[in-house]
Every structure is written in C-alpha cells, then in structure tokens.
Design a binder for this molecule. Structure first.
Ligand SMILES: *Cc1c(COP(=O)(O)O)cnc(C)c1O
Length: 356
C-alpha cells in the first residue's frame, strides 16, 4: 500500500533512550523536562521567540483565537485548507468570512480582503497552504489599517523559510500541527508561536486550565502535551533536514517526469519543505479517473483539499469562492515521503501520463 504520506519513525533505540529517561524522572506530563527540551530545540531550529508544545494543531488554533481575545466576531479566512482551520473558528463561536484564493499558489487572495471587512471583523486567519507563503506584507498592511489580529495556520509550513526568515515567525500567532501525517510529527501534537510577551503569558496560562498553583487567573483549557509525545519529537527532529532533502529529490523527479500537468507556482524567495506534491487535473472527471486507476494499484493519493470549506453543510450562510471551489475539485496530492521508492514513483507517473 502506498499512501499520500508515511509517518517517519526514528530509530527505536533513540526513542527508547528518551523513554528510559521518563522511567527515571517518573514525570509523564505537566511541562516535564523532555517537553521543555523539545520546546527549546524547536525554538532554536525554527528561529522563533516563544513556542508552546500543545496536544494538537486544532487546539492550537482555538487557543490562538482565545489568547488574542477574539470572541463572537467575524474572521476573514481561506476556504482552501483542512477543515480544522474553519472548524476552530466555529468552535470558538466566531463566524468565518471566506475570501477566495490565488489561483497560482492557493493562499488567500489579499486583493479581495478589504471588501469583506465589516464592523464585526476581528481577525484574519490565513493558511500557508502546502507550505506556500501567504502575501504576508499585504496582510500586515490591511491588519494595521483596520486594527485586526493576524493568525497564520502554519500546519504545513514547518521549516519553510520566506525571505530568509522562518515562515512561522509572522503574525500575532502562528500555529503548527505535529500530527503523524505532517512533515515533522510527535504522533499527535502542535504548537503556538508568538513574538509577543503578553500573548505568550496568556498562552502559558490558558493551555493549562488558567491557573498557577491555587491562584486561578483566567479561563483555561487543557491543551498540554505529554513527555511521551515530546520524546517522539526529540527523536524525529535530528532527521528532519535529511527527510526534507529526500522529499526534495522525489519532488524533482515528479517535476521532471510530469511536465504536462498543472502545478502550483511557488514564490521565488521561498525555501520550501516539500511537504506536499499537489497536481491539478483538467477536470474532476479526469482526476477521479486517475485516482481510481491508482487505487487499483494500491496507491492512494489524497484529495487535499476537498471540498472547498465555504461549502461545508453546517455553515450558517452560503458564501461563494469560485476559484477555490474550482481548484478543490481538480487537485490531488501525490505520495511523497522519505523512503518512497523510485520504481513506485515511476509507476505513479506512468499511470498519470497515460491518462492525461
Ligand atoms: C492538520 C491540519 C490542522 C490540524 O492539526 P491537528 O494536529 O491534526 O489537529 C490544521 N490546519 C491544517 C491546515 C492542517 O493541515
């Protein structure tokens, strides 16, 4: 079976070394030494100031909205993402206002944001989808003009650099996911990143029930992660650059052998992480045909992202985003992961080329 991705597993000896340590400290959660070590190593690796290792990327988004005091408002967001981007807005009892995407790289179309701003708008929640950078300068300008908070969902952007700087270092808060299917994983996990001391202090309290000892300061939730998850992160982190390099090679091979197919355009000043390999077919029929042929060979690409989130059935009102709806019907992510063999890549390519 070949899936869109395969979780990297570190040498079990290395993982065991960290686990043995847990048996020595007997601390398994509540901001233990391994969690602290992972947070410090991630801050260094990502060149960011404050980072909170959390239980997953969805709760990271919810906590971010909460830490920035965004309540009962409208949030400008993108329809082209994983459902968690929209569901966390709804879960925090806010309203998503969808702005269509750029046809080139599927990030939010900044030229269309201003006309969607109302008195109720509180924030912009944009996604560096597939690890492609949003128009950060454009978003910042609008946020400043209308006094809006900016949150980036950076679930796909681990290790990406934009204009020489970590892509996770922008906005009021950037979140990331360390789920097993993501480039860097801790089995389940995620984080909130910020530069602001006050926001950092809020996250620190809110992620563990809002209290310090017996002093209850604010409403909180349980968003902490454990020593076992931190151990997996610490075991995976030393391999991340090697993993990215291997993915880069696969990506280049796809580029070379799939010259005819439409692919997104990455920004020039982007140091990419090769987390995904999306391709766009002529129409949905062709895409379904390719998927069914691949499935017959036990190859399972994923329709990332489908459906366009503005069409979710539980939204209160209908909003149109024609570019996103169009792309989401025609896009699929091909298998890409460290260890994917050349002969299997060639098989995938052959099947696609035969159909197109
Ligand atoms: C995976 C993902 C999330 C959610 O992360 P979890 O850790 O699975 O909760 C949020 N946003 C995007 C864009 C994702 O791809």
């Amino acid at each position: 079976m070949i899936y869109v991705t395969k979780s990297f597993l570190p040498p079990v000896k290395l993982y065991k070394k960290y686990i043995d340590n847990i048996w020595k400290t007997n601390q398994i959660t509540n901001q233990g030494p391994l969690l602290k070590e992972l947070e410090n190593k991630l801050k260094k690796y990502l060149h960011v100031k404050y980072l909170h290792f959390l239980s997953n990327g969805t709760v990271a988004l919810q906590l971010a909205l909460d830490a920035l005091n965004i309540k009962n408002g409208e949030i400008i967001t993108t329809p082209f993402s994983y459902v968690a981007t929209t569901s966390s807005i709804l879960w925090e009892r806010c309203s998503p206002v969808f702005v269509d995407i750029e046809p080139d790289n599927f990030t939010i179309d900044v030229s269309q944001i201003e006309k969607k701003i109302t008195k109720k708008t509180k924030a912009i929640l944009a996604v560096h989808v597939f690890g492609y950078a949003c128009d950060i300068d454009g978003i910042q300008k609008i946020a400043k003009k209308y006094n809006l908070k900016v949150i980036y969902d950076g679930a796909h952007a681990f290790s990406v650099k934009y204009k020489g700087k970590s892509l996770l270092d922008y906005g009021d808060i950037t979140t990331c996911s360390f789920h097993a299917t993501k480039l860097f994983h801790t089995v389940e996990g995620g984080c909130c990143i910020t530069k602001d001391k006050k926001t950092n202090d809020k996250l620190e309290l809110a992620k563990r029930f809002g209290h310090n000892g017996d002093i209850h300061k604010q409403l909180g939730i349980n968003a902490k992660n454990s020593e076992f998850h931190a151990a997996m992160g610490l075991s995976n982190l030393p391999f991340i650059d090697k993993i990215i390099n291997e993915r880069k090679k696969i990506s280049k091979l796809y580029d070379k052998l799939l010259p005819e197919i439409q692919k997104p355009k990455k920004q020039e000043n982007l140091e990419y992480n090769y987390a995904y390999y999306p391709v766009i077919f002529k129409n949905e029929k062709q895409l379904l045909n390719v998927i069914s042929r691949l499935n017959k060979e036990n190859i399972f690409p994923r329709r990332y992202f489908y459906p366009s989130l503005n069409t979710l059935p539980y939204l209160m009102k209908k909003q149109n985003c024609s570019v996103s709806e169009n792309i989401s019907k025609r896009i699929v992510c091909l298998p890409i992961y460290a260890g994917l063999e050349n002969k299997n890549i060639e098989k995938i390519i052959k099947i696609i080329n035969r159909i197109i």
